[in-house]
Design a protein around this ligand. Structure first.
Ligand code: CA
Ligand code: CA
Length: 292
């Protein structure tokens, strides 16, 4: 059993990073993760302006997966996300969709109680998810705050327990890293943070050869989900749609026009996050459609 600890984190995904652990295809691996503030927010008096921005979005890793070569696909099956008991959500001028209207910074600490989160006396359902998860990008290093074609800070609620995430392999070993777990987050991540929380993530890693899936791709129990991260919502949406069109044509006998019409009838376009340096949009489609 391979376990990666929180003393080995990166702040950029890069082919140049030195792996801190190794696994074989099919191995179970555990990633212990810090919260996105490197666990430095201890109380509600700790606000964003006091946080060291050089140590935001730590991703534990990277993990070298033996046999993973450029052009392969890395399949990450997410079995379990175990949370600490409390998380942090913030408001800060310059952050998120109300960046220009927030005048006072504020930190709220929320307790996780069973399958719920207590927020200011309100009870919210627990919606565990991994915010940052990715492999080394094909080109230059990408900081862990930015999502792109290698994954990264996708802040996609579907990346959770029971989901499978398919990522590209751009360098030998893939160099998988992850962090920035949220106990809950609404689609869009409006103020720029979820309920930021340290966690332990149990996954299995598999190297797929000759896999033509458009990446990054999420498979849940009942959905296929393509993900696009680009500077604008329009570009990110188009990328996710192009990828879903490609996936439909791969999974069925439908041609381009017919795949588009299926998307028109049954595909859902959803905002994953609207607050990072690239925004992330996704397209969801029921898997049952393809079951004969
Ligand atoms: Ca994030
Ligand atoms: Ca976060």
């Amino acid at each position: 059993m391979t376990t990666l600890h929180t003393d080995t984190v990166i702040f950029a995904m890069s082919k140049e990073n030195k792996p801190v652990a190794r696994a074989k295809s099919g191995d179970p691996v555990t990633f212990e993760t810090l919260d996105c503030f490197s666990n430095t927010v201890k109380s509600e008096s700790d606000v964003v302006s006091q946080i060291d921005m050089d140590h935001v979005n730590p991703a534990t890793g990277p993990l070298f997966i033996e046999g993973a070569l450029p052009g392969d696909t890395l399949k990450v099956t997410i079995h379990k996300i175990t949370l600490e008991e409390r998380g942090v959500v913030i408001a800060s001028p310059g952050f998120g969709q109300f960046a220009n209207e927030v005048t006072t910074e504020e930190t709220v600490i929320c307790q996780v109680i069973g399958e719920t989160v207590s927020y200011k006396g309100l009870t919210l359902p627990l919606r565990k998810m991994i915010g940052v998860i990715g492999t080394a990008p094909s080109g230059d290093a990408v900081n862990t705050g930015t999502p792109d074609d290698h994954g990264g800070n996708m802040d996609t609620t579907a990346i959770t327990e029971g989901s499978i995430l398919y990522l590209p392999v751009n360098t030998e070993g893939a160099l998988l890293a992850m962090g920035d777990v949220h106990a809950t987050m609404g689609d869009g991540e409006i103020m720029g943070s979820g309920l930021e929380i340290p966690a332990v993530i149990d996954v299995t890693v598999d190297v797929l050869k000759e896999c033509s899936y458009p990446l990054p791709l999420v498979e849940t129990e009942d959905k296929w989900i393509t993900i696009g991260s680009r500077p604008s919502m329009e570009e990110a949406t188009k990328l996710a749609l192009d990828h879903m069109s490609q996936l439909i044509q791969d999974l069925s006998d439908l041609d381009f026009n017919q795949a588009g019409m299926l998307l028109s009838l049954a595909g859902d376009v959803v905002a994953s996050q609207l607050v990072n340096p690239n925004v992330t949009m996704r397209v969801e489609l029921s898997k049952a459609i393809f079951e004969k």
